[in-house]
Every structure is written in structure tokens, then in C-alpha cells.
Design a protein around this ligand. Structure first.
Ligand SMILES: C[S@@+](CC[C@H](N)C(=O)[O-])C[C@H]1O[C@@H](n2cnc3c(N)ncnc32)[C@H](O)[C@@H]1O
Length: 239
């Protein structure tokens, strides 16, 4: 029996209308729709985004991906999730995995897909790109993310103060993801480099509860949610 296809569907940053037409079509067609399980019994963000598009007869498959750094625990979780998805694929049933933002941009989907490919090399995977958070945040700020020849750097959470200063000596536009856990240190560095007036934060871009912070000079102590990012638009590299 031919195996089913796993579709990695980018569902965008929050507003359900930011799902692509192709993503929506494949999501509606799939007999099984998987997504990262929420924490504390709450629906996860991808699940919330797609909720209005799902049909009752579709099987919903929440998959658990723990927020830990331990490689062994992560591997176990990816294998368990791959097993749950393979259960359907091996019977010839397609599975659509919904992922917040874009599936290829710092996304859980990649680990699931790689684990599946490793365990079952015959598996067929198709990816549907989508709107990722830096572009959504720039749009809600009413700014272009980049212009002309500006150099753009995007850093995930695990950067050091030195990384940040080096990058700011080189790039004109900087995006910091997962800034909530390191905001205080970032604020100090931007303050020292006199960049706070050229920095913006968007909390929950395009989601209910979206908040925008312009000019961070007066805001050294923001309590930010996980879905927050910071954009620095330095006119030119600092050095
Ligand atoms: C693991 S990354 C996932 C990125 C996602 N795949 C994307 O394409 O945007 C999670 C980080 O992305 C950023 N992020 C994702 N969605 C966001 C949103 N709607 N508003 C603000 N930041 C967001 C936050 O910095 C968050 O900590």
C-alpha cells in the first residue's frame, strides 16, 4: 500500500486570514491534522489559528514537543511524535502538520520531518511556505523590514552580548526572536549604543492581544510574552 504524504503547512503568525490559499486547501483536504500540543491544557497557537477551518470529521492529532534543552528528551519526543504520524501515513492516510509562522523558520516541524525521514526513508513530505513573524511584525509596524542594500540579521534566542554587539557593528536591520527571556540585557546594550529610539517590539503580531512598543527609551522593564520580537533599524552599521 502506498504511504500517505506529510504536509508541513505554514499557518502564519496569528491572523487566520494570513494562511495561504494552498495551505488552506491542503489543510481542509487532510483526513488527519496534527499540530504542537498547547501547554497547561490550553490549545496551542497553531491549533487556534486553524480552528475555524477544520471540519468535524477530521482527526485532530496534538503532538507533544517539550520546551527543554536536553537532547535525549527532545529526541524521545520527536520519535514519539514521528510514531504517531507514521501510524496514519503507513496506512496511506495523509497528515497535515500545522505550524505557526513558516514551517522552515525555527520550527518544530523540521525535527519531526527529519526524524520521520530517518526512521522511514520512503516517507513523502511536502512543505507549504507562509508568513513568518519578522515580516508580520514589520507589516503591523507599518514599516518595510529592509530597503535598498540594507543588511538584515535575524538572531534566535541563544545569543550573547558579544554576538549582539558584533552584529550591530555590521547589520543595518536586526531582528531578535524570543527576546522575552533576555530583554533586560538587550535593553542595556541598545541603550549603550543609543539605538533604543530606533527599536520596536511587537508582541503577538496579528494575534488577539497584539501590542506594539515604539521607542524603548522609557521601557527598560517590559514583561514580554513568548510571542514577541524586537526589530532594530539602525540607519547604518554602528562602527
Ligand atoms: C520558535 S520561533 C518560531 C518562528 C515561526 N516559525 C515564524 O515563522 O515566525 C518563536 C519566536 O518567533 C517569534 N514570533 C513568532 N510568532 C510571533 C508573533 N505572532 N508575534 C511576535 N513574535 C512572534 C517570537 O520571537 C517567538 O519567540
Amino acid at each position: 500500500m502506498p504511504v500517505g504524504t506529510l504536509y508541513g503547512i505554514s499557518v502564519g503568525p496569528g491572523d487566520p486570514e494570513l494562511l495561504t490559499l494552498k495551505g488552506l486547501r491542503l489543510l481542509k483536504q487532510a483526513p488527519v491534522v496534527a499540530f504542537p500540543a498547547g501547554v497547561g491544557g490550553q490549545p496551542g497557537i497553531a491549533q487556534q489559528i486553524i480552528a475555524k477551518w477544520l471540519r468535524q470529521e477530521q482527526i485532530q492529532l496534538p503532538l507533544t514537543f517539550p520546551y527543554v534543552q536536553d537532547d535525549h528528551l527532545l529526541m524521545q519526543a520527536w520519535k514519539a511524535a514521528a510514531g504517531q504520524v507514521w501510524h496514519y501515513l503507513s496506512q496511506g492516510t495523509d497528515v497535515a502538520f500545522a505550524c505557526e509562522g513558516d514551517v522552515g523558520f525555527y520550527s518544530t516541524f523540521t525535527y519531526l520531518a527529519q526524524t520521520l525521514q530517518h526512521l522511514h526513508p520512503s516517507v513523502e513530505i511536502q512543505i507549504v511556505p507562509g508568513v513568518s513573524s519578522p515580516l508580520a511584525a514589520a507589516a503591523v509596524l507599518g514599516l518595510p523590514l529592509t530597503l535598498r542594500h540594507q543588511r538584515l540579521v535575524i538572531l534566535p534566542a541563544l545569543y550573547t552580548a558579544t554576538d549582539l554587539e558584533n552584529v550591530l557593528g555590521w547589520a543595518e536591520v536586526l531582528v531578535l526572536l524570543k527576546v522575552n527571556s533576555v530583554y533586560k540585557q538587550v535593553w542595556e546594550i541598545l541603550h549603550r549604543l543609543q539605538l533604543l529610539e530606533r527599536s520596536f517590539i511587537v508582541e503577538r503580531a496579528t494575534q488577539a492581544g497584539q501590542v506594539i512598543h515604539h521607542n524603548l527609551v522609557e521601557k527598560p522593564n517590559l514583561d514580554l510574552p513568548y510571542f514577541s520580537l524586537l526589530i532594530v533599524q539602525a540607519e547604518k552599521p554602528i562602527r
